[in-house]
Structures are given as structure tokens and as C-alpha cells.
Write a new protein. Structure first.
Length: 112
């Protein structure tokens, strides 16, 4: 299962990175913000994003013992969204020892 998750999150990370980069090359979010901010679904999507970042950040705070590391991940989650989420999950998956599974993935905290 861990190997499947590594492949899955690697694929998602590559796909979302490709999507963000190609979209950024075609469209500048900062110059289109006035128009996008008027769309109700865009506002709902942003609030959904903030809620999701909060949920993931709570897990990051549980997993990380250093406040500075947690705050760095908060900044990355806020600025990069799914790219940072996938990166964090992949880092956690690759830190698992041989024989460890999902129980350790979700519950194991980093040593100080």
C-alpha cells in the first residue's frame, strides 16, 4: 500500500505542478484577480482552500516537533497548495522504515 501511495502522490505532484506552470504561462492571476474575485464560486473555492490548508496544517503540527518547521510548512501550504501537500505526504512516505505502514504514516511523530 505504501508503494502505491508513493506512486499516486508522485503522479499527483507531477500533474498539479504541470497544470500550475502551464496555466501560469498562459494567464497571470494577479492581473485577472479583479474579475475572478467577483465570481462567487471563486470565493467559495478560496475558502475551501483555506479550510483544507488548516486541516493539513493540524496534521503537520502533530507530525513535526519543531515550531519553525511547522510554520515553514504552513507558508508552503499557503503559497503552493496541493504542490506542498503532495510534497509533504511524499516526504512522510519516504521516511517510513521498511515494514512500516499506514499506521506509522499517520501516527508516527518525528524525533526531536
Amino acid at each position: 500500500m505504501v508503494t502505491f501511495l508513493k506512486i499516486l502522490f508522485s503522479a499527483i505532484l507531477l500533474w498539479i505542478s504541470y497544470t500550475v506552470i502551464t496555466t501560469s504561462l498562459k494567464s497571470n492571476l494577479l492581473t485577472e484577480w479583479d474579475f475572478l474575485g467577483d465570481i462567487p464560486w471563486m470565493r467559495a473555492t478560496l475558502w475551501d482552500f483555506y479550510a483544507n490548508v488548516t486541516v493539513i496544517f493540524v496534521w503537520v503540527c502533530y507530525k513535526e516537533n519543531r515550531v519553525l518547521t511547522s510554520l515553514l510548512w504552513l507558508l508552503l501550504l499557503f503559497c503552493l497548495g496541493s504542490i506542498a501537500s503532495c510534497a509533504y505526504v511524499l516526504i512522510q512516505l519516504f521516511k517510513l522504515e521498511p515494514g512500516e505502514g499506514l499506521k506509522e504514516f499517520f501516527g508516527k511523530q518525528h524525533a526531536k
